[in-house]
Design a binder for this molecule. Sequence first.
Ligand SMILES: Nc1ncnc2c1ncn2[C@@H]1O[C@H](COP(=O)(O)OP(=O)(O)O)[C@@H](O)[C@H]1O
Ligand SMILES: NC(=O)OP(=O)(O)O
Length: 313
Amino acid sequence: MTHKALVIAVGGNALIKDPKEVSVASQAEAVQESAEHITSLIAAGYTPVVTHGNGPQVGFLLRRAELALDELPPLPLDVLGADTQGATGYFFTRSLRGCLAQQGIEREVAAVVTQSVVDPEDPAFAAPSKPVGSFMSEQEAREHEEKDGWSVREDSGRGWRRVVPSPVPVEIVECEVIRSLVDSGCIVVAAGGGGIPVSREDGRLSGVEAVIDKDLASALLASELGVPDLVICTAVEQVYLNFGTPEQKALDTITAQEARSYLEEGHFGKGSMAPKIEAALNFLQAGGQRAIITSLEALQDAVAGKAGTCITN
Ligand SMILES: Nc1ncnc2c1ncn2[C@@H]1O[C@H](COP(=O)(O)OP(=O)(O)O)[C@@H](O)[C@H]1O
Ligand SMILES: NC(=O)OP(=O)(O)O
């Protein structure tokens, strides 16, 4: 892989500026801000593969589809995941092209509809864990649980959310296409929402009902591409020990072994920071050099080793 390629994962929640204001305009604005930060890195000589979450967005689409059931047939989660890849990929390519043009940088930009293979026997299908859609009060969540059969869970002190199955991705189907595009200098948006969940049987792919964790998919893509750095951008600039308590302590540079110990000690939110740490550890174990967790605002400084939390072997 030529160019200074790296994978940058942008969280679905980081693409929502205000959970109470989820209009298309507001989502496009959040992507625009992300694109501005990513463009600074491109201007500094990097070729990012941008991956993004879709937890809020896929949940909104699922709810829309359910509310329209009197008129229209249901939509399965793989198709809704594909829809979020399309819309978010469109926002990203539109914004990135605009930002690059403004800086006089001539680079191609493309979003690749990406499928992630999962094991249909993954135990995650029987234990929904991926938060999607809006935040609710516990009372609203319990009502949906009873009336609509939703699985619901508290999400990192931010409210209650619907949860859906989230099997582990084992292969990124379009990896070689993404590699060719990156090798040609193209800025690629890929593996949105962790990739569209599919299973493979006798060489044939079929969609499955799930939402894949985009950090795990990003780590897999980064290691399959063989890039040295995986950067996970989220709402916090650093990872903390004792997060949310008066004793919270920011982590600058830690080893994979230290990260694993802190994970086992329960320092990282289940379904929020913990999967990011697990993804970072997977990437380092597969030969990656640096896994960085930071905010979009601190992206450039973090890649330069001056901000964020950096995990190395
Ligand atoms: N130990 C921790 N350090 C920092 N943030 C944490 C920690 N544990 C939980 N979190 C929470 O995890 C959030 C990131 O997870 P999430 O919002 O699910 O990610 P995404 O940006 O991918 O949607 C942070 O904004 C923070 O609220
Ligand atoms: N698919 C996924 O992991 O989305 P979020 O980043 O929004 O949780």
